[in-house]
Design a binder for this molecule. Structure first.
Ligand SMILES: [Zn+2]
Ligand SMILES: [Zn+2]
Length: 253
């Protein structure tokens, strides 16, 4: 399984402002930086976009992406999310004001997008992968996603405060290879992290202890302003299986 966090800074650095993971070039998890790929052929290869929740860093360039790849005809990209998130996208983004109403403009013979509703703990099969949504704890309803190709499984808990169910589910997977886990704030901002439904470095350290499996922990979603502080605090834990995500790097599992 090939996984890449798309870069979202200019020039490309380790700073992360937006969230899009590409899985095997065909599936996107979140639409933060999806529309920024300069190579339009790479955008066209993406056939399924999973949206974990409606926060802006996870949907920012989804409207641009849908326009970038549109071609007249029946083939179009699929956007998968909870019914509520699809409703938010329709009412608040694709509403004919912020952006054209691609929901209504899409016809079976000429579509901008298809949609599919995700339900917690109801796996879906797309592009040879099984993707299982698991509810996490983020203030707004948010789905973590577990992607499984039969050989390797990789987890994307998305944005979350301390949570439980996804660790229980992951404990049952024998071939879990990696978790892309957020650490948004340094320890000094623990209260802000709790109030906004995120992890700080202290709660990051307690979360990873909830899973006993030997996996790679790849830190994502560091608030750019605190990125170095977060890195030094996590490095001080001395954990050998924790690393910091490199945007644009192709991870293989
Ligand atoms: Zn969020
Ligand atoms: Zn976020």
């Amino acid at each position: 399984m090939r996984i890449e966090l798309l870069p979202s800074s200019i020039p490309v650095t380790d700073s992360q402002f937006l969230v899009t993971f590409l899985v095997n070039q065909e599936i996107a998890i979140d639409g933060g930086s999806i529309g920024l790929l300069a190579d339009l052929h790479r955008q066209e290869r993406i056939k399924h976009v999973f949206i974990t929740h409606e926060h802006l860093d996870h949907i920012a360039t989804l409207p641009l992406f849908l326009e970038n790849i549109y071609q007249p005809g029946p083939d179009c990209v699929e956007v998968l999310a909870t019914a509520d998130v699809l409703k938010f996208l329709h009412n608040d983004i694709f509403n004919g004001r912020v952006w054209p109403d691609f929901f209504q403009l899409s016809q079976p013979e000429d579509g901008f997008m298809n949609t599919a509703v995700l339900e917690p703990m109801q796996p879906v099969q797309r592009a040879g992968l099984t993707i299982t949504p698991v509810v996490v704890a983020h203030g707004v309803e948010t789905l973590g996603l577990v992607v499984d190709d039969g050989v390797s499984a990789v987890a994307f808990p998305s944005d979350t405060a301390p949570t439980k169910q996804i660790w229980e589910y992951l404990s049952s997977l024998k071939h879990l290879r990696a978790v892309f886990l957020e650490a948004s704030f340094p320890a000094s901002h623990a209260a802000l992290a709790a109030a906004t439904g995120h992890l700080c470095t202290t709660t990051f350290a307690t979360e990873i202890k909830k899973l006993s499996a030997d996996v790679r922990w790849i830190v994502v979603h560091r608030k750019a302003r605190y990125a170095e502080q977060i890195a030094s605090e996590i490095a001080a834990f001395g954990l050998t299986n924790v690393e910091f995500v490199q945007p644009g790097f192709a991870y293989e599992f």
